[in-house]
Design a protein around this ligand. Sequence first.
Ligand code: ADP
Ligand code: MG
Length: 416
Amino acid sequence: MGWWRQLISGHRPLQDPRPLSEFEVTLMLIADPEQLTVHFVRKLHELAGIEEAVVYLANRKRSAETFSRIDCGGSVEDLPATLSLSGRTMQWFCTNQEFLPLDRDEEVVDYLRGELEPFLRRSVNLACPLVAMDRLVGAVFLRIPQTALDIGDLAKLKALFRQAGVAFENALLLEERLHQNERMLRAEQLATIGQFAAGMAHELRNPLTAIRSTVQFLVCDFANGSEQQRLAEGLLGEVDRLDQIVGSLVALARPVDNSPQHVQVTEEILACVSFVETRGKSQGITFKTDLQDGIRKASCNSAELRQVLLNVIVNAFQAMPEGGTLSIKASESDSDPSRILIEVADEGVGIATDLRHRVFEPFFTTKPGGTGLGLAICGNIIRRYNGEIWIDQAEGGGTAVRIALPASTSISEEGT
Ligand code: ADP
Ligand code: MG
């Protein structure tokens, strides 16, 4: 007999109403989503004798379209680390906002089987959405012992999930706010550095030009092939490198030009790929593009978007000195079609989690001879167009740089 039938015939009622109200109070006191998850899972074990609970929460702070598994101990490596909002399971939850008994609703389970297989293998028998004000906040997969719940308990479990949904929504909103504050603080720091950089670049450009022309004059004076000529040419190379750094500093501090165009990102991506393809191939790099057809235009500047893409692609090249695959995707966001998403993923060494936001700081570099300005410039440009840029781990273990840009409004698109 399925647990569901038992659930209806029922043996052991969920005895004490007290734990529920206690739970309500504690839920509202915990603001950290991960702590809240741990608490919630513990409560589920206590209240309903649930054997296993695996929780996935929305990745709101990165406006990503995924739900991440929250680690509460236990070995769950065979379960996916993330579930996509556009996947069948989450789409089903968005539409139905209902508990899904996995050993009863065969038709639905068949439809979702591709994604649910790892859960079914672990004998998970109930999948529950976490919903707050019609928004899907997360999903919880439960393994409930055959005799655990009766119908009244199920109603209580639903009530508990409703409260939990609101508590998780609050916690995620707070996290989102903190993340925004952090971004504002960083933007301020960048503005200060930008002003400083502009001043410094201005002071450096003149003496650099003087040095360059003097050395060039000397190069002509020295005998062809002489040691002096070789040294002087080396000097010229170094001066050019300094000049390049100064150029990047100026780019970082460039006065804000906020007149966005309507940019077809897929065209810009293809232009960048054809620009770097030869160099990539010589390094054993294969390009893979997945560009959604008929995608809306983005509101930004095409030259600047190319600059961003090239910076990110060059970083990916440098991360894969032995070659590999570079994948570039572009699509409209499923949940919010007013955002255009771009992803550049490599198979390189990856970036440690605690460094993922630091790489956007000016001068942060781990490369000998690196300037640490590439991603700082990218961040400046993307934020200027009210977009976002962030780093995730790529599926293959490398780095995925993700960019979200606002889509152009359709009325003004026509003029471009
Ligand atoms: P630079 O390339 O001059 O070091 P960036 O601002 O472009 O400066 O990048 C900053 C740092 O971020 C790099 O030094 C590297 O540590 C890290 N990084 C950027 N992109 C990648 C990538 N695709 N893979 C691994 N690390 C990366
Ligand atoms: Mg770089």
